[in-house]
Write a protein that binds this ligand. Structure first.
Ligand code: AMP
Length: 510
């Protein structure tokens, strides 16, 4: 047996001297460097006692070394477990207790605070910081790696062995660890390379975080399996994006990247002339953003849909119509259907229901949680995504929101997206979030938070009035709030749970 994922990476490698990554500090990593440094990390992990199947939990800032640690972990036959840099020590305590990693790698600045939790979970604590210069240590793990050999015999791992555990963002209840196998990652990245026509000539502008499926697996694995290269930015910063766009051929982003770049006068056809592909995902891209981007740059953003548990499920076509407000067609090898959530009956085209998917991309279950795993799969192997949507007659998948965001008011179902689309289309409105809040008469009351354009004089009452002619009475928000911005997580997703919490008492009987 061989190491399924890393063998594939090797088999698709371009010439060793070809560029793998260019960094914002001017350093350049070749594919040979990628092999050497990931081998050093694999050796350092084995020297720490890491065995096949052990978890290596990591909460570090974005860096090329962190990516090499990911590859070193896979080569050592262990399971990479990245954690959001925003998690607090109390949250880290939960993840370490749940995952019981052999090693926990954190930022040097957080080592003192996190040491007790690593000890409690039985994990060895190591540090990895951002490289500054050859004279300054970047942490205990890179120091150990520097002293280790550049050759390493990759540990044998089959297609179904785990390569990573990614915790879900957990907006309802505790987050769960999604177990992703070597083949889940390999097959999905190969499909994306083909579908999005990646070649070794591509240069990806990489500004996404690397603790999430988008920046870690979609971006990094696609580049590796295309033998292409990336410009690795520490974070999304419009200054850096505009400085590096001319050297790039493609960019992957969350919708907020596109919204922010549209606010900048430097975004022109000329500035994006060398780009062949803009991809968006992780949260819904407003149809308006899609249109504006096309007008300003001439590029139709390609929107795709995926999740931690499933990697990527659907994509708008590379050739053919990239339809704003849709997430395109199921990827080759992936089956998608829309069912009645009550009884699992498959629905006809254009009917809204629960989206379910099946394919080599779908994860192996939740870590140490067989009950939850069982509850989320149908007997025929389809995974219940929790997203509500429909498939239109042309086969495009539309997402109307998370199932948990569905509002049931007076016995009627209200899909927040339908109301948001009406509000977003009004003059002076930037965006909106519609959610349900407990209501003594209706069960839930439809409620809207709306962000208006700077200087616009739109009032909450104007919005409510305008909706009267456009939506059935039960869909009209009972209250509209004009807010400065919507609460979002780092991947740009609107956190409706926070809105529901903030406004939970507005309909309470006095
Ligand atoms: P995560 O597991 O954090 O990647 O979140 C996955 C969820 O993000 C999905 O279940 C969807 O609700 C949402 N999502 C991802 N991509 C899109 C998209 N293109 N449009 C709408 N929602 C999306």
């Amino acid at each position: 047996m061989t190491n399924h994922l890393f063998d594939l990476i090797r088999s698709r490698m371009p010439a060793p001297e070809a560029s793998f990554a260019t960094l914002d500090d001017g350093r350049r990593y070749s594919y040979q460097d990628m092999l050497d440094v990931s081998a050093r990390f694999a050796n350092a992990l084995v020297a720490l006692g890491v065995k096949p199947g052990d978890r290596v939990a990591v909460q570090v800032e974005k860096s090329i070394e962190a990516l090499m640690l990911y590859l070193g972990t896979v080569r050592a036959g262990a399971i990479f477990l990245p954690l959001n840099t925003a998690y607090t020590p109390a949250e880290i305590e939960y993840f370490l207790g749940d995952a019981e990693p052999a090693v926990f790698v954190c930022d040097p600045a957080k080592a003192t605070a996190l040491k007790p939790f690593a000890e409690k979970a039985g994990a060895k604590l190591e540090t990895l910081g951002v490289w500054r210069s050859p004279d300054v240590s970047a942490g205990t793990l890179p120091d150990a790696a520097l002293g280790a050999s550049t050759s390493f015999d990759d540990i044998a791992r089959g297609p179904d062995d785990l390569a990573a555990i990614l915790y879900t963002s957990g907006t309802t209840g505790r987050s769960k660890g999604a177990m992703l196998s070597h083949d889940n990652l390999a097959s999905n990245a190969l499909t994306l390379v083909d579908t999005w026509r990646f070649t070794k000539d591509d240069v990806l502008l990489h500004a996404l975080p690397i603790f999430h499926t988008h920046g870690l697996f979609v971006a990094t694995n696609v580049i590796l399996l295309a033998g292409a290269s990336m410009i690795l930015l520490p974070k999304f910063d419009p200054e850096q994006v505009f400085a590096h766009l001319p050297q790039a051929t493609c960019m992957m982003g969350v919708p907020t990247f596109y919204v922010r770049l549209l606010q900048d006068a430097r975004l022109t056809k000329e500035a994006t002339r060398h780009i062949r592909l803009f991809v968006s995902g992780s949260a819904p891209l407003l149809a308006e953003t899609h249109r504006e981007w096309r007008e300003r740059t001439g590029h139709a953003i390609l929107e795709r849909y995926g999740m931690t548990e499933t990697n990527m499920n659907t994509s708008n076509p590379y050739e053919g119509d990239r339809v704003a407000g849709t997430v395109g067609f199921p990827l080759p090898g992936v089956s998608a259907r829309v069912v009645d959530p009550e009884n699992g009956r498959e629905l006809a085209r254009d009917e809204i229901g629960m989206i379910e998917v099946k394919g080599p991309n779908v994860f192996k279950g939740y870590w140490r949680n067989p009950e939850k795993t069982k509850a989320e799969f149908r007997e025929d192997g389809f995974f219940i995504t929790g997203d509500l949507g429909k498939i239109d007659p042309a086969g495009y998948v539309h997402i109307v929101g998370r199932g948990k965001d569905l509002i049931i008011t007076g016995g009627y179902n209200v899909y927040p997206k339908e109301v948001e689309t009406e509000i977003d289309g009004m003059a002076g409105v930037i965006e909106s979030a519609v959610f349900g809040v407990a209501h003594p008469d209706f069960g839930e009351g439809v409620t809207a938070a709306v962000v208006v354009k700077p200087g616009a004089t739109v009032m909450a009452s104007d919005i409510a009035k305008a909706l009267e002619d456009r939506l059935a009475k039960f869909k009209q928000p009972k209250q509209v709030f004009v807010v400065p911005e919507l609460p979002r997580n780092t991947m740009g997703k609107v956190q409706k749970n926070l809105l529901r919490e903030q406004y939970k008492d507005i309909y309470a009987r006095r």
